[in-house]
Structures are given as C-alpha cells and as structure tokens.
Write a protein that binds this ligand. Structure first.
Ligand SMILES: Nc1nc2c(c(=O)[nH]1)N[C@H]1C(S)=C(S)[C@@H](COP(=O)(O)O)O[C@H]1N2
Ligand SMILES: [Mo]
Length: 317
C-alpha cells in the first residue's frame, strides 16, 4: 500500500495466494487454528474461544463468507510487517489482555473502559459485512460486535465534537514493525491513527468489533477491539484500538500523513474514483477466480449516500 510505483501485487503475494488456494480445500476452522498453536498458547486471551452473538438479519450479506483460514492468514496489519502473511505469523506477540480503551475528548463523561466491560456494554450481534481493501481485494466476514454509537452515546459527546479519532496501541515490544532500526522502509508514523466524521461514527452500520466467525477476534484481525466501517476502504477500520477521542478538527490519519494524494480522509468505496496508481472499479473476492464490479459505497449507497449529499466525492476522496 505504501511503496510508490510498486505493482498492485508483489510476485510473492501471488505465489502465496496460489498456495492458499490449493491448501484451502482441505483446511477448515479448527484445523486452521491447530496450525498456529503458538498463537493460542502465547496469549492469555481467549483468542479463538467461542463468542456468543445473535445474527442481526438487518445486516446480512447473501454472498458466501470467506473461509476463516483465508480471513486470518491474508491480512494487512502493518504493525507486524508489510506482507500479508506477517500478521498471522507474528501476531502471537500481541497481548490482548489486560486491555483498556480510553474514550475522551469533547465528551461530558470521559471514561477508560476495561475491554471485558466493553464486551458487556451492549448485546453482541453478528453482522456479515464485506470489507473492501483499497488494494483491490475483498472478503466477506461474519463480524461480532455492537454499534459504535452505543458506546459514544454513553460518554455524551458535547457540541464541540465533530470527528472521532481512533488510535491503535503503540508498543514496539508487541508490534515488531514499530521497532526502530529494523528494515522498516514501509514505516508509518506510529501509532496508527484513523478517523471518522461524528455522523459516520454514529451511523448504525459502524461496528465496534470484538469477534468474528463465532469466535473472539484473532490477534491478526485486530484483537481485542477494532472498528469495521463497511462502506469505506479497509484501512479506515483501525485494529487493536486503545483510544477513541472525540475532537473538533478532522484527525490527521496515519495514511494521509504518509501519502495524502493517495489516501484521503473519507476513503469511501467508490468505483468511479481511481486510486492514483490503479483503478477501483473492480475487486477480487478472496476465494473467487473472476474479478467482480465494486458497487458504490461497497453496496451501502442507500444507507450512507445521504451523509455525502452535495459533496464532490472526487475532491473528498
Ligand atoms: N492498526 C492497524 N489497523 C488496520 C491496518 C493496519 O495496518 N494497522 N490495516 C487496515 C487495512 S489496509 C485493512 S484492508 C484491514 C484488514 O482487516 P482484516 O485483516 O481483519 O481483514 O485492516 C485495517 N486496519
Ligand atoms: Mo486495506
């Protein structure tokens, strides 16, 4: 994502994908977990443990879910490295407990929540969302969480709150790519920061996410807590969040700081606006062979289109 003039897929990734396509036929949930015993053993958390949630039929996706094996081994999580296989290989160093999330800024009731309390804050729902990466691939995942709005309402945003800023954990001991002195050519300005406008953050589609596939969120997918914003490119969905801050000015995001001309603040999925280096008109659904057309707002135009009424989406990309 970061390196200029780089091709969309590196040769190594294509090889990996082929390997994956061959392997996936005989690998399923539990067997896949068994391949990563270190992940299960090295963390004190319940990563991989069952997590109960009620499927919310209002947020369904009739497309077939991506294989668990794929969704947990082909990831972008730059804190572990730039390659898609780095997170699954290295994520055992992340310790998702104990964990707190500071919710502050322009709110009447700032509070630091223990993640275990967040799990009990609101009923957990299962929602099937496709996540569309800006790199041109997508996955369909049954996420578990609750609307971010339920948390935000509790802390009571004041009139000055216009945006929400999400910050990922900064800890070079747990995130190898945050260490200085490594061959860290891809380095973002850590910690990873993302942001939404307050109305986007309050939108019922925006999910504060703690699990997937009926399980506690795997480390490589952003344990113990992340957001999933299904009408935006995947990088807006920050992982392993430690702080949610209500602010009055538009947050400066990690990707905007790195390459403002390529990664805008809004980053709504938009097949009509190309990335400067490649088209966004189509995508490869992981596990499928042919590319498919990418729908406007990743298929949520009816729900979110009104948020951007009157805005020039070429300017506010
Ligand atoms: N902290 C952090 N969050 C992140 C990223 C990252 O590198 N660091 N990558 C983003 C990108 S580019 C994508 S496509 C999604 C991938 O989420 P998944 O691995 O659960 O599919 O996470 C997003 N959240
Ligand atoms: Mo992405």
């Amino acid at each position: 994502m970061l390196i200029k003039r780089a091709p969309m897929f590196k040769a190594s990734e294509i090889t990996d994908l082929k390997l994956y396509c061959n392997r996936r036929e005989f690998m399923v949930g539990a067997a896949a977990l068994a391949l990563f015993p270190t992940v299960a053993a090295a963390t004190s958390t319940p990563s991989g443990q069952p997590l109960k949630a009620t499927r919310n039929p209002a947020f369904n996706n009739s497309d077939a879910a991506t294989k668990f094996e794929s969704a947990t081994t082909y990831n972008n999580f730059y804190e572990f490295g730039v390659n898609k296989e780095d997170p699954a290989r290295l994520a055992h160093t992340l310790r998702p407990r104990p964990w707190t999330v500071q919710v502050d800024g322009h709110v009447a009731k700032p509070k630091t929540y223990d993640v275990n309390d967040l799990l009990r804050l609101s009923p957990l729902e299962e929602r099937v969302y496709a996540l569309r990466c800006v790199e041109g691939w997508s996955m369909v995942i049954p996420w578990i969480g609750f609307p971010l709005a339920s948390l935000l309402k509790r802390v009571e945003p004041t009139g000055q709150a216009k945006f929400v800023e999400f910050t990922t954990l900064l800890d070079p001991e747990q995130f190898p790519a945050q260490r200085k002195g490594l061959l860290n050519f891809s380095s973002l300005d850590w910690p990873y920061v993302e942001g939404l406008r307050l109305d986007e953050a309050m939108h019922p589609l925006t999910l504060l996410t703690v699990g997937m596939y009926g399980q506690v969120l795997p480390n490589q997918n952003g344990a113990p807590i992340r957001v999933v914003v299904p009408w935006k490119y995947g990088f807006k969905s920050a992982k392993s969040i430690v702080r949610i801050r209500l602010v009055s000015d538009q947050p400066k995001t990690a990707w905007e700081k790195a390459q403002p001309q390529e990664y805008g603040f809004y980053s709504n999925v938009n097949p009509m606006v190309d990335h400067p280096r490649w088209s966004q008109a189509s995508e490869r659904r992981i596990g499928e062979f042919l590319r498919r057309k990418t729908p406007m707002f990743n298929g949520y135009a009816d729900q979110v289109g009104s948020l951007y009424a009157g805005m020039d989406l070429r300017k506010y990309f």
